[in-house]
Design a protein around this ligand. Structure first.
Ligand SMILES: Cc1cc2nc3c(=O)[nH]c(=O)nc-3n(C[C@H](O)[C@H](O)[C@H](O)COP(=O)(O)O)c2cc1C
Length: 351
């Protein structure tokens, strides 16, 4: 798998998720088998580049390359400037966001709303490519299948984008109208893959090794991208990777390993956000990790009462150690790893 000059170790990608795929989470997924990770979206609005949120999103310290930064916006010149700004700060690949359904983004005619204005979408792509190409930086793009069931124009746009110099295209198999509801469809992705020469990445509802295998086979895509199913379960990447290579399932992680992985993640997380903000934003990661496990819901609620890093870490250790007394390996979660309404809310809140 190749993006411009960058070779990737495999074809399993972590989806960009605002408020989730920060540097600590991306590094965690990469360590556990993901071949590629794109940052959460960074706004093209210059006045926000100095904000704490944007500067944290632009922090790539110690991250393995290639460093891919996703930019979002509505104005071609501003998007081009944002691309250059991020290249100056270490971006080796620029990804354009045309997939986010969040109102905050869509009201400003950005994210997936751009798919409705094909001329503007193309203008943005051309402007960003014009800045990136002379610097040897590939431009990739992530979009949905279209605005709505009646306006499913991914194939037409994909052809235009390829001609404009896009190096790789990711398609989430839902329309903007669907948000995160309903099921992803893969026919549009298969049609785009069949029509294009550049790598195409299939995204949407991949939550198991079998699903990854089936989506790759059905779409012919070059890679699959996994988002929500990695929340709290970052080892999904090695599970999928092992299954694709051997046809066999890896055993679930031991409870001790899950505890240690989460503990290490929290240390990195506090390092980026500091105690006050880090303890709060860590709660969602902890909630996902224990979701559906015996006693997980009560523990999640208890977590919300703790305000110090050390308390959070200790509670986590105690909880996993107790679980370890009855289970050697992590038991299967009793509920799906994520639900649609939560995804809608979170994506909007974090955009
Ligand atoms: C909380 C959340 C935040 C997201 N933020 C972004 C984003 O910043 N950029 C983007 O292109 N997609 C974003 N997405 C969409 C995901 O990248 C992905 O396309 C979507 O979740 C479908 O994949 P999945 O079914 O594997 O989760 C977000 C999704 C979620 C749930």
């Amino acid at each position: 798998m190749q993006i411009g000059p960058h070779s990737l170790p495999n074809r399993l990608f972590v989806a960009p998720m605002a408020g989730v795929t920060d540097r600590p989470f991306r590094q965690l997924c990469r360590r556990l088998g993901a071949g590629y990770a794109v940052s959460e979206m960074v706004t093209s609005r210059k006045e926000l580049w100095g904000s704490l949120k944007t500067s944290r999103r632009a922090d790539h310290a110690g991250e393995p390359g290639p460093i891919a930064v996703q930019i979002a916006g509505t104005d071609a010149a501003m998007m081009a400037e944002a691309a250059g700004y991020n290249i100056d700060r270490g971006a080796q690949i620029i990804d354009i966001n045309m997939g986010c359904p969040a109102k905050k983004v869509c009201n400003k005619w950005a994210g997936s709303a751009l798919m409705r204005n094909e001329a503007l979408a193309l203008e943005i792509v051309e402007a960003v490519v014009a800045v990136c190409a002379p610097r040897g930086v590939p431009v990739t793009l992530k979009m949905r299948t279209g605005w709505s069931a009646d306006e499913r124009n991914a194939l037409r746009l994909a052809t235009l984008f390829e001609a404009a110099g896009i190096a790789m295209l990711t398609i989430h198999g839902r329309t903007r109208e669907q948000g995160y509801k309903g099921l992803a469809e893969y026919d549009t992705i298969a049609a785009v893959k069949a029509a294009l020469g550049i790598p195409v990445v299939a995204n949407g509802d991949v939550d198991s090794p079998e699903k990854a295998r089936d989506v790759l086979a059905y779409t012919g895509a070059d890679a699959v991208m996994i988002g929500r199913a990695a929340q709290g379960r970052p080892w999904i990447f090695r599970e999928v990777s092992h299954f694709l290579a051997t046809g066999e399932h890896l055993p679930a992680p031991t409870v001790t390993e899950a505890r240690d992985v989460l503990t290490e993640h929290l240390h990195d997380h506090y390092g980026l956000y500091g105690e006050l903000s880090g303890v709060r934003s860590a709660r969602k990661h902890i909630g996902w990790a224990v979701r559906g496990l015996p006693g997980g819901e009560a523990f999640r609620q208890h977590m919300n009462t703790l305000e110090r890093c050390e308390e959070q870490l200790q509670a986590l250790r105690d909880w996993f150690d107790e679980l370890g007394q009855t289970h050697h390996r992590l038991p299967p979660a009793a509920v799906p790893a994520a639900n649609d309404d939560e995804a809608d809310d979170m994506a909007c809140a974090a955009a």
